[in-house]
Design a protein around this ligand. Structure first.
Ligand code: CA
Length: 409
């Protein structure tokens, strides 16, 4: 699209705080010769790897020609100034597309799922939901060579000791021949494949689902689904039990006792007047559940059981676990939450985010690819438009902004 307001845009964007993560200037100044420093660091890692069972021959073969990619440090040091509210997070992660795709994938991989869920005693829809959230069912793997990213993070920036462990794990994966080096691409932090395992997680939990003798989480859907099932199984999944369910709190409910970890017998919650949102009875028992209030007592509320903690173990964030759990329910035909979130400006699905980006591009904003992912450029453009429309310029993609831009084409 041709730009319609470049001078204004340029002027305003210079005045706004830059949302892009910047290279840590201290690191940049310190590393006048990062290649030399990297080479020295690799020598140390060679000894570390040897002590952990990676032969120096393998190390030399796998790291030959390896150079650092300092751009990954931007992500390491990036502190998002913008925390997405839970309703934005769920609106894009559990949208109509991902539910429809999940239903199709569950049907397509029914035999594979049946085997994995029988072997590991895990709910098939939850396996599919992890896949859907982690890589959009195999569409988004990340494009960074793992050894380059993890080698860099092992030698520069914070958390070098953690990342050097992952670097050595990556060498072990490649040395075993499970995955070819040129195929091992992933996120900036080293998560890779259909279900975005970290290398150390791969070594602990990846399994061969299709029986070809290799654990290939990049190229084999059966391997990835079986490995996810194994992850949930080892995390303590109790098949046949729910992750939890939405509940309705009585008027004037005292929410001082809440939280995933503060588990109480169901009889405690029924005694306080908590009831299921779907109208089914809560059978009072000793089963322990915590009261999850992602947006406080005014928003959707949930009683969560042990299986919720197992999902949480995949990526330690309650909003993440709720997205997986809810997506699994929706794939099984469940409905959206009954109690609305406490906002008058709901979040956008990925389809709506792409529409918003298209409208922003049409107004001349250089937002890059229309991909439904609201990054720094899109957020900056949103701020400019919010300012123009007299809205709070917080960079948030919401329904109100989308409606205004539709009306102002
Ligand atoms: Ca395999």
């Amino acid at each position: 699209m041709k730009s319609t307001c470049p001078p204004l845009l340029l002027c305003l964007s210079l005045a706004l705080p830059l949302a892009l993560p910047l290279m840590n200037s201290a690191v940049a100044a310190e590393d006048a010769a990062p290649n030399e420093r990297f080479a020295a660091c690799l020598k140390t890692l060679r000894s570390v790897a040897a002590a952990k069972g990676v032969s120096t021959t393998s190390f030399d073969r796998l790291t030959s020609g390896l150079t650092p990619d300092l751009s990954v440090l931007e992500f390491l040091d990036y502190q998002p100034e913008f925390q997405s509210p839970i309703w934005d997070y769920l609106a894009s992660l559990v949208d109509a597309e991902r539910v429809t795709d999940g239903i199709a994938m569950r049907a397509k991989w029914a035999d594979t799922l049946a085997l994995a869920s029988e072997r590991y005693q895990v709910d098939p829809a939850t396996i599919i939901a992890v896949w859907g959230v982690e890589s959009n069912y195999g569409r988004n793997f990340g494009k960074r060579p793992l050894l380059t990213s993890l080698g860099t993070l092992s030698c520069f920036g914070r958390r070098q000791s953690y990342f050097s462990g992952e670097f050595v794990s990556t060498l072990k994966i490649l040395d075993s021949g499970d995955i070819a080096p040129e195929k091992l691409l992933g996120s900036w932090a080293g998560a890779f494949g259909h279900t975005q395992f970290m290398p150390s997680t791969f070594l602990r939990l990846a399994v061969d689902g299709d029986g070809d003798g290799k654990r290939d989480l990049m190229g084999s859907v059966p391997d990835a689904l079986a490995s996810t099932a194994n992850f949930l199984h080892k995390g303590g999944w109790r098949e046949g039990q729910p992750w939890g369910y939405e509940v309705i709190l009585p008027a004037g409910f005292d929410a001082s006792v809440s939280g995933r970890r503060d588990k109480r017998p169901l009889s405690y919650w029924t005694g306080r007047g908590v009831r299921r949102a779907d109208g089914q009875p809560i059978v009072a028992s000793d089963a322990a559940a915590g009261l999850l209030l992602p947006a406080g007592p005014q928003g959707s509320a949930f009683l969560v059981f042990r299986n919720f903690d197992v999902i949480y173990g995949y990526n330690a964030a309650e909003s993440y676990a709720l997205a997986i759990a809810h997506l699994a329910d929706r794939i099984k035909g469940g409905t959206p939450f009954v109690t609305p979130w406490p906002t008058d400006d709901a979040g956008l699905s990925r389809l709506e985010r792409r529409e918003l980006q298209t409208l922003l591009a049409a107004r001349g904003h250089p937002i890059g690819e229309v991909d439904g992912m609201i990054g720094a450029k899109s957020r900056e453009a949103i701020q400019v438009e919010q300012q123009r429309l007299g809205m709070k310029a917080d960079g948030r993609p919401g329904q109100k902004l989308l409606s205004s831009l539709r009306a102002n084409q």
